[in-house]
Design a binder for this molecule. Structure first.
Ligand SMILES: NC(=O)c1ccc[n+]([C@@H]2O[C@H](COP(=O)([O-])OP(=O)(O)OC[C@H]3O[C@@H](n4cnc5c(N)ncnc54)[C@H](OP(=O)(O)O)[C@@H]3O)[C@@H](O)[C@H]2O)c1
Length: 290
């Protein structure tokens, strides 16, 4: 491969893959792109990207191959027919998946002579290449360091160690926090909307209240790591469990569903019934062990 050839290939030009390729082009990287639906590459080619007609051509074109497809099934469908061209390549798979899927993909890549980094993108496409974006990576540190100058184009690179499953673990954990927050916010909006309050009027109050909760993760994590939910309790579980039925009753009064909040209610009741009412709500995590 000569210095004149593209140095990065991007497989997958959905909303995210397109944003990644745009960021590479904007920073002067010679970039080859491939997508199952070929015409999605047209705007990138107009901006200077090289078009690969096949996934194999894209893999051959660059030592660093960024993969951003819908899910691991699509990654397997795209890569599996091209094991003969993987040797010597570094695959950076930014497709959402589980830690187990990432570890199996890393082993599969190694079997075919490719280095492998798994990644999780903590950004939506418009955030790529802005200071707001951070991306999680795991896999061999040498491979990460070698790839880092390119990866830093997408956003801050956060390296989580050599176990390839760590990026997916942290990605899904952070997204779990996000979805929990969105669930609560949707319930809040449904409540005020049912009473005729414009949600745009309510949103600033909700943002302020969510901001007030910003210290919760650090305090909860202290208790969880100690396994002691009795320290520094200011809002004990029994009190919270006594108030929680009001959310169900209010939902009934307002004619809206309680299904988003119901699961926490049953966990709180079980924890109180087990004798932990004087402790913090954080202790509910003990009921999540299987
Ligand atoms: N968008 C976000 O906000 C965001 C944020 C963080 C992480 N992510 C992750 O980034 C990845 C891509 O997301 P996206 O937003 O780009 O999704 P998207 O816009 O729906 O694009 C999906 C991409 O996967 C391709 N694809 C799907 N099935 C395929 C198959 N069987 N064979 C070949 N190609 C296939 C699509 O090709 P076609 O164009 O041919 O359909 C397209 O390139 C996902 O894992 C997502 O979870 C997304």
């Amino acid at each position: 491969m000569s210095d004149d050839e593209p140095v990065v290939s991007v497989l997958g030009l959905g909303a995210m893959g397109t944003a990644l390729a745009e960021a590479l082009l904007a920073t002067g990287h010679r970039t080859t792109v491939w997508n199952r639906t070929a015409e999605k590459a047209d705007p990138l080619v107009a901006r200077g990207a090289a078009r690969a007609d096949t996934a194999a051509d894209a893999i051959i074109a660059s030592r660093l191959v960024v993969v951003c497809l819908l899910d691991y099934d699509s990654v397997s469908q795209v890569l599996a027919p091209h094991t003969d061209v993987l040797a010597g390549r570094t695959l950076v798979n930014l497709t959402n998946g589980t830690p187990g899927q990432a570890r199996r993909m890393a082993a599969w890549a190694a079997d075919h002579g490719a280095d492998y980094l798994d990644g999780g993108i903590m950004a939506v496409p418009p955030m790529i290449a802005t200071p707001a974006a951070f991306l999680l990576y795991s896999g061999p540190s040498g491979v990460f360091e070698k790839s880092r100058p390119v990866l830093d184009v997408f956003g801050e690179s956060v390296y989580l160690g050599s176990d390839p499953g760590m990026a997916a673990l942290h990605d899904l954990a952070l997204l779990s926090g996000m979805y929990g927050t969105i669930m609560g916010a949707l319930q809040a909006f449904a409540m005020v909307r049912s009473a005729g309050v414009p949600t745009t009027e309510f949103a600033p109050l909700l943002s302020r209240w969510m901001g007030s909760m910003g210290g919760w993760p650090a305090a909860a994590a202290e208790q969880i790591d100690k396994g002691d939910y009795r320290d520094g309790v200011v809002s004990n579980l029994a009190m919270q469990a006594a108030a929680y039925p009001n959310f169900r009753a209010a939902a009934e009064e307002l004619g809206i569903s309680f299904e988003l909040l119901a699961p926490l209610h049953s966990l709180m009741r079980r924890r109180v019934a087990d004798g932990h009412g004087h402790e913090d709500l954080t202790g509910v995590i003990e009921l999540l062990k299987k």
